[in-house]
Design a protein. Structure first.
Length: 524
């Protein structure tokens, strides 16, 4: 049960939790709704009490382990919510969410083993090298700083099992240094874990539900009496770790012609024209603007994010200040221009090659023109701006690319975590990335869309039903075509973007390209 801090919460004297999941604007649909006290009490009773051998017992939520959120997440992934407006019925039907987002639950035993073999050596080496620099003199401050300078990431974090384990392990080491005790007490340990979560932990996942659960798990684990919840929006993010710009130097190398290879739903004739046009633009770029840098290249994004990171989180107001500063960073003109350039470059691989999108398709010329453009900031509210390119035609292309980025969750590592990449990368990369072929599986797609097609007796029967879809159910036929286009476009990006020279061969599996991503993320 949540109370708005600006209304009921204030009158009841409740301490605000903060956190976007608990914010005033999280569920605007409920703002004008009301519930009878009796119904509310019945709901609370059902959630807090249960019958056991004829006796009424209280549900002990305090004993709920944070990892159990992961098992809940695991069970939900197999289903898709379905609402029937006729009889107000809510039900869960089997779906393909697990497959499409590559989301799986990792058993605690495997998590523990990876922490032991991957993270503990990093901690030991960090403390050893720090002590050597101090020439074996005792300095708790320097040892604490060394641990809190660690950068740990899970590029497919799911509900946060590896990140939780990492926070606990580093937190325990930090608490031991602070207390000089082999087994620190509960409160010093909780505070140390909270500080580790605030300074060291990073995570990315394609599934928005997983990202929310990861934040909740970290909030619960790092909750310390008297302190608000950590601000996590700048560290735990929703995105596709495999799709986007890893190194900004690719923006100077222009858009490759292979970005315009046709996939399902694309116009092959238009594809040929775009390849030729892009090649001509690349050749001209050598005379006009190749190597020309974005006007924003002098801006120190890493320093912006470092300054954000040092804002304390000891009071609710400080957390709000941090949230406001993060929003200002994302709306900073130079960062937004670079972000838009990355989206233009990536969108070239994903946008449908059709006459409908012809005026919105990004090519090398659009990317080079962007280097010479100014950004206009239009104030929409007290702390919100709309950013636009002053050139109207180019702005339409940029808007389309940015919208596609939000839809497909492009993730540009070097812009999302600039303070990490300035120091060469992460100290430790943990995770159990998905093992999936980058290919749409018909049976799994139709499991939540059409039981008749999903349960067809064989592949031939299924293909016949799919061929009949345009007449029987054109909307579903289009959804299937769009899903095939997306899967093939991702395969095209992985093969042709140049980001995966070692693993983008043969029948591509996500575990291989994740391995190469890890290689690029970790510091030398």
């Amino acid at each position: 049960m949540l109370f708005d801090e600006n209304w009921q919460g204030k009158y009841l004297g409740l301490s605000p939790l903060n956190g976007d999941l608990f914010g005033s604007y999280t569920l605007p649909a409920l703002d004008d709704c009301a519930i009878d006290n009796h119904d509310l009490l019945v709901a609370i009773r059902e959630l807090s009490l249960y019958q056991d051998k004829g006796q009424l017992r209280r549900v002990n939520y305090a004993a709920l382990d944070v990892e159990e959120l992961g098992s809940i997440y695991e069970s939900l992934l197999d289903f898709h919510p379905e609402i029937s407006p006729k009889n107000y019925e809510f039900k869960l039907v089997f779906g393909s969410e697990r497959k499409t987002t590559g989301s799986y639950y990792t058993p605690p035993q495997l998590v523990g083993q990876l922490i032991k073999t991957a993270l503990e050596p990093v901690i030991e080496e960090k403390l050893r090298s720090t002590k050597e620099k101090l020439r074996n003199t005792e300095s708790n401050y320097e040892l604490e700083k060394a641990l809190l300078d660690l950068k740990i990431v899970d590029p497919a974090c799911g509900s946060g099992h590896f990140l939780l384990a990492a926070a606990r392990r580093v937190g325990k080491e930090l608490a031991k240094i602070r207390t000089r005790e082999a087994e620190p007490g509960s409160e010093p340990l909780k505070l140390a874990i909270r500080d580790v979560i605030q300074n060291c932990i990073y995570g990315v996942d394609l599934n928005p539900l997983a990202v929310d659960l990861c934040k909740v798990a970290l909030w619960i684990e790092g909750f310390s009496r008297g302190f608000p919840l950590n601000f996590l929006d700048h560290r735990i993010k929703c995105g596709n770790s495999l799709v986007g710009v890893m190194d900004l130097s690719c923006l100077n190398e222009v858009i490759p012609d292979e970005a315009f290879k046709p996939v399902t739903g694309d116009d092959k004739k238009l594809s040929t024209q775009l390849k030729k046009r892009n090649k001509n633009e690349r050749d001209k770029a050598g005379q006009l603007s190749i190597g020309e840098k974005l006007e924003t290249d002098s801006v120190d994004y890493a320093e912006m994010w470092r300054q954000l990171g040092v804002i304390p989180e000891t009071t609710p107001q400080q957390v709000k200040d941090k949230q406001k500063q993060y929003k200002e960073n994302l709306q900073e003109s130079s960062w937004w221009l670079k972000y838009s350039a990355c989206n233009l470059w990536t969108a070239a691989f994903f946008m449908s090659l059709t006459e409908h999108h012809l005026q919105l398709l990004p090519t090398t010329e659009a990317l080079n023109r962007l280097k010479r453009e100014k950004v206009e900031k239009i104030r929409k509210s007290e702390d919100n701006y709309e950013l636009k390119i002053t050139n109207y035609e180019l702005n339409k292309i940029v808007d389309a690319a940015n919208e596609l980025s939000e839809e497909k969750h492009f993730f540009h590592w070097c812009l999302e975590f600039p303070e990490v990449f300035e120091q060469g990368g992460f100290n430790c990369v943990l995770g159990n990335p998905p093992w999936e072929r980058i290919k749409l599986q018909e049976k799994e797609f139709f499991a939540s869309q059409s039981a008749e097609i999903a349960n067809a007796v064989n592949k031939a029967a299924r293909e016949k039903l799919i061929q009949e879809l345009p007449k029987k159910n054109p909307e579903l036929a289009q959804a299937f075509e769009d899903a095939k286009h997306d899967a093939e476009a991702q395969g095209k990006f992985i093969r042709e973007s140049g980001r995966f020279p070692l693993t983008a061969v043969g029948d591509i599996n996500t575990y291989a390209v994740f391995s190469e991503t890890v290689r690029n993320l970790i510091s030398p």
